[in-house]
Design a protein around this ligand. Structure first.
Ligand code: CAA
Length: 383
């Protein structure tokens, strides 16, 4: 029996900033951002978009009434939680109209948690093949104005419907998770921005990939030749490439180039969005599936998930016959193309706008789901 991703969609906020403009404003050579870091644009989230609205905007378009009646699990992975106790998935469950006899939970482990959600969802639908699970990765990546991490910010959500008859990617049982207690990036409770050791985070990401890739090959007796492509967590697009080149250093140049060519397809959307934290691996997967001209049904994909702190996982799946018909390529291109460009001054203003009801009311955001008021710490949404 199989289980995997049946439907797949992403949503990003309606504003973005050109990285060359940010570089100019910060007196940095634009090539550092566009080549050194590998980012062209960065998604900017207004106060009307939180992880719940981003998630709802990603999930709503892919759900039918039948899905809503059949989903038993709503799992939201995030590291930009809006409450220390109540799971964002509970609000999301209501906004999406999911049947009441379901579980709604939030998972946390930096950028990794949605992968745990996907694995839990897979096990659930294998045990209950008539039922479905909704897994959403939703985050707003903020490091602060003028911070070292500023060019690696971003925002957005990816929604995945997991079923026992997946029409896009059948997940296999092959997986290598890996946990190590490292302070490379973390956000103490109540702090608006993470504490980051940038060089250590880069180093740990690469070391984690090398470790799980080696272990995977030994454990399952597989080689790079078994894979049509690898998808990576993409905090910024240069990161996955650095890990790929380090981890595949023993491979022939032809093999490295074959995988690198697919990697380029997997980063097309991330170059225009930035870091989605938990959603980044899955935005990369969508970009790969929608942009690669050489992938085909039956191809095996490897996915590398990484969350600082740190938990990583290498897992695999196979493309299902007809998967191309279930991609939302045109809608995604339109979503990215129809965003509004902000100047650096406007970005800084949006970034610093306090979350007050006056500011929410004054917002010009017309997105389907948006935050309209916060009274006594209760969030109210346009639905
Ligand atoms: N032209 C072209 N390239 C240039 C350049 C120029 N003029 N100037 C610099 N560069 C290159 C550098 O050579 C470097 O490339 P390499 O790493 O390939 O050598 C690259 O641009 C970045 O330069 P620096 O390392 O000097 O940049 P920095 O000190 O400003 O830090 C950063 C970059 C560490 C990514 C920082 O933005 C940061 O801390 N970001 C947040 C943390 C992060 O994203 N870590 C990733 C791994 S952790 C993870 O994946 C989880 C997560 O999502 C957070």
């Amino acid at each position: 029996m199989t289980a995997g991703i049946d439907k797949l969609n992403f949503f990003v906020p309606p504003y973005y900033l050109e990285m060359t403009e940010l570089a100019n404003a910060r007196n940095v050579d634009p090539a550092k951002y566009t080549i050194g870091i590998g980012q062209d644009q960065m998604a900017i989230s207004p106060i009307t978009q939180d992880i719940i609205t981003l998630a709802a905007n990603a999930a709503q378009p892919i759900l039918t009434d039948e899905d809503r009646q059949t989903i038993d699990l709503v799992i939201l992975g995030t590291e930009s939680s809006v409450d220390e106790s109540k799971a964002a998935a509970v609000v999301l469950h209501r906004l999406l109209g999911i049947q009441p006899f379901a579980r709604g939970i939030e998972l946390k482990e930096a950028c990794y948690s949605a992968t745990a959600g996907l694995q839990f969802a897979k096990e659930y639908v294998l045990a209950h093949p008539e039922r479905k699970a909704l897994v959403i990765a939703s985050d707003i990546a903020r490091y602060g104005l003028h911070s070292g991490g500023e060019p690696t910010q971003g925002a957005g959500a990816v929604a995945m419907l997991v079923t026992s008859q997946p029409r896009i990617l059948a997940l296999s049982d092959e997986s290598v998770p890996y946990t190590q207690d490292i302070y490379d990036f973390w956000r103490p409770t109540g702090e608006p921005y993470p504490v980051v050791n940038g060089p250590l985070s880069n180093q740990t990401y690469i070391q984690a990939f090398e470790t799980v890739w080696q272990e995977y090959q030994q454990r399952y007796q597989k080689t790079l030749a078994d894979f049509a492509a690898l998808a990576f967590h993409i905090p910024y697009t240069k990161m996955g490439k650095k890990a790929l080149l380090a981890g595949l250093a023993q491979e022939s140049e032809a093999e490295q180039n074959r995988i690198l060519a697919q990697y380029e397809e997997s980063i097309r959307y991330s170059r225009r969005v930035g870091n989605l934290y938990t959603g980044s691996l899955y935005l990369g997967l969508i970009s790969l599936l929608e942009n690669s001209q050489t992938l085909k049904a039956g191809d095996k994909l490897g996915l590398f998930s990484y969350g600082s702190g740190a938990v990583a996982e290498f897992f695999t799946g196979r493309l299902v016959p007809g998967y191309q018909e279930h991609l939302l390529t045109d809608a995604h291109e339109a979503l990215l193309a129809n965003r509004q460009a902000l100047s650096v001054a406007a970005y800084e203003e949006v970034f610093q706008t306090p979350l007050t009801n006056e500011n929410l009311t004054a917002s010009t955001d017309t997105t389907a789901f948006r935050l309209t008021a916060v009274n006594d710490h209760i969030r109210y949404y346009q639905e």
